[in-house]
Design a protein around this ligand. Sequence first.
Ligand code: HEM
Length: 231
Amino acid sequence: MSRITPSQAKRIFAIAATVVVCKVLVEVLRNYPDYLPPNFTADFLLGREEYFWQGYHLPFYVHLTVGPVTLVLGMLLISDRFRSRWPRWHRRLGRAQASFILVLLVPSGLWMAAYAASGPIAGTGLAVLAVLTGTSVALGWRAAVSRRFNEHRRWMMRCYLCLCSTVLLRLMGGVGTVLEIAAPWYGIQATWTSWAIPLLAYEVWLRRTGLPFVGTGLLGSHKAAEARRMQ
Ligand code: HEM
């Protein structure tokens, strides 16, 4: 029986992860009719009527617009196939992505974190996530401009994992519902672990393999991966 090679395993993982991200994104978008106009009996807006129109609505609608865009752009931008076929589009969309994240997503996330549904500890987790997302995209952008592409890949992979925390957070919410976990600590821990665990796992992967995952044989050759590893 033929064994699955590491690059095949990575490809299967990437395809499965993409399917999950798309599925969760569709579920997130299905809530949007409750947000415009705001339905204050809907889960997320419950109890927010008091302050919604006193400024909160601004970051909220910015976030709702730009969040899904950055998640989809992130998916395209970490694809080796997309980058090698359309390098110019990779650069253009990459610049747009960095601007969206730094100018819109991070400030709106920070603002909303101050009103986090699960309280200040959860809000701090989301604020740290905002800072990490902004820092990783800024450092990734700087590395690309300086043509340090291996470093660029590493930072952009970290940035994508930060963006995907929104997916993990909702998956954890689903698990909590199925297991009937009503305790407040569950929602609070999810705002931290949804980004901390993937980032930690990625750092362990980096230490063990030295490969940034993207651009390392995932959709390309293994020789190319080895060559990049030497960079
Ligand atoms: C990675 C940086 C991000 C940060 C720091 C962040 C932060 C936040 C915060 C603080 C809230 C309010 C949570 C609460 O009050 O409990 C929120 C809600 C929300 N975020 Fe993000 N977010 C990020 C990424 C994303 C992405 C990539 C999406 C794309 C789908 C997204 C979509 C939403 C939506 C739709 C809501 C409203 C609640 C809901 O319908 O679930 N966010 N976000």
